[in-house]
Design a binder for this molecule. Structure first.
Ligand code: ATP
Ligand code: SF4
Ligand code: MG
Length: 345
């Protein structure tokens, strides 16, 4: 990762726009997404509690980041927000409308309001379609019949993702593009219907370090110029500081700390967040704030999560008789900063 992204003097993003509509764009309340486990010959064998009680609001034009170890439920949360998984319990509300009330037509409209940028751009692009076809498809599905309008939108979005001259790329197939160019096309496809929100799930983790910087800058630029809300999922705390306004730390299906970037980096309060940040204290400047090491111990099974606080088997500060028994609620530390830990009672 380049020093440019890791510049510790960089100011956290602030994209507060006074012209935004009031109220949140997206409101997630007590969301649970469980997958049923079935064993051949035995039937029901329990549930994977991938998302287990997540609550947050996302404002218009706001960028948030969700950080957590592999398997903690980040992608499941995103796919549920995208309407790909139904909630087991709880609600996903978009512009005051509950997703679970959407009929197929409304769901199609909803998906046109969201752009999705995946981790693996090559896997995300259909191999037998050229760039023009890839970018045209969502417009055709969403009823943009006028060919000239489609062409105009393709030219606009390709200019925005810096794939110019356009004639060099429109006829190319995904395998003819570099990883960075493929991700630009994924972003162009996510933007082509002019969405209100982008969900970017580890959008740069499979790209070269030099390309990562460019892609993150591109996403940030699009967020600002289009007043886009962005949910950015990552393992990489350095890019979080650069990219988002708030950070949510996820552990074993729950958000354990929610804070502004400044609050979280100046005063990390949940022991899991502290452990993540300790893991980042690499003396090599180029690796600073990038956690390559994770807190000692293994994340728990999401089939049989530990009782009480799910972090207690790994927590050096666990309070005996309490933490392994009672699930901590969110405690308010200051406005905008919450931590789900009994130490803050
Ligand atoms: N369709 C599914 N059916 C059953 N279990 C699933 C399904 N999708 C995810 N899981 C399980 O849910 C848990 C959370 O997975 P998820 O992919 O959401 O984690 P993640 O935080 O995105 O991980 P990573 O950082 O590795 O991408 C994991 O235990 C995973 O095995
Ligand atoms: S609630 Fe207890 S076990 Fe959980 S993080 Fe806080 S101190 Fe550690
Ligand atoms: Mg994932």
């Amino acid at each position: 990762m380049s020093a440019e992204i890791l510049d510790t003097t960089a100011q956290p993003a602030s994209n507060l726009d006074m012209t935004r509509p009031s109220g949140p764009l997206l409101s997630i309340k007590n969301l649970h997404v469980w997958f049923e486990l079935r064993r051949f010959g035995f039937g029901h064998a329990g549930y994977v509690r991938a998302v287990d009680g997540v609550t947050f609001d996302l404002d218009y034009g706001e960028a948030i980041a969700i950080v957590g170890e592999s398997g903690c439920g980040k992608s499941t949360l995103m796919k549920t927000i995208l309407g790909l998984y139904p909630p087991t319990d709880g609600t996903v509300v978009f512009e005051d409308e509950d997703l679970s009330d959407f009929n197929p037509r409304k769901l199609q409209w909803y998906r046109s309001q969201l752009g999705y940028v995946q981790q693996d751009p090559y896997g995300a692009l259909p191999p037998f379609m050229n760039v023009e076809h890839i970018l045209s498809e969502p417009m055709i599905i969403n009823g943009i019949k006028d060919k000239a309008e489609r062409r105009e939108r393709i030219e606009k979005v390709m200019t925005e993702v810096k794939m110019t001259p356009i004639s060099d790329f429109v006829n190319k197939f995904p395998h003819m593009l570099s990883g960075g160019q493929q991700q630009r096309i994924v972003i162009a496809r996510a933007m082509i219907l002019e969405p209100k929100m982008i969900v970017a799930d580890e959008p740069v983790s499979m790209l070269d370090a030099s390309v990562r910087v460019e892609i993150l800058k591109l996403l940030r630029g699009l967020q600002e110029s289009h007043n886009l809300a962005v949910i950015y999922i990552t393992h990489d705390l350095s890019t979080v500081r650069y990219f988002s306004e708030r950070i949510f730390v996820m552990y074993a299906g729950n958000l354990v700390e929610k804070a502004s970037v400044m609050q979280l980096l100046d005063n990390p309060s949940h022991p899991y967040t502290q452990a993540l940040l300790t893991g980042t204290s690499d003396p090599d400047y180029n690796n600073a704030l990038t956690y390559k090491e994770v807190p000692p111990g293994e994340p728990p099974s999401l089939i049989n999560p530990p009782p009480g606080c799910r972090f207690h088997p790994r927590c050096a500060q666990a309070i005996e008789g309490l933490c392994e028994v009672k699930d901590p609620p969110d405690f308010d530390l200051e406005p905008g900063h919450q931590s789900a830990c009994w130490l803050h009672e």
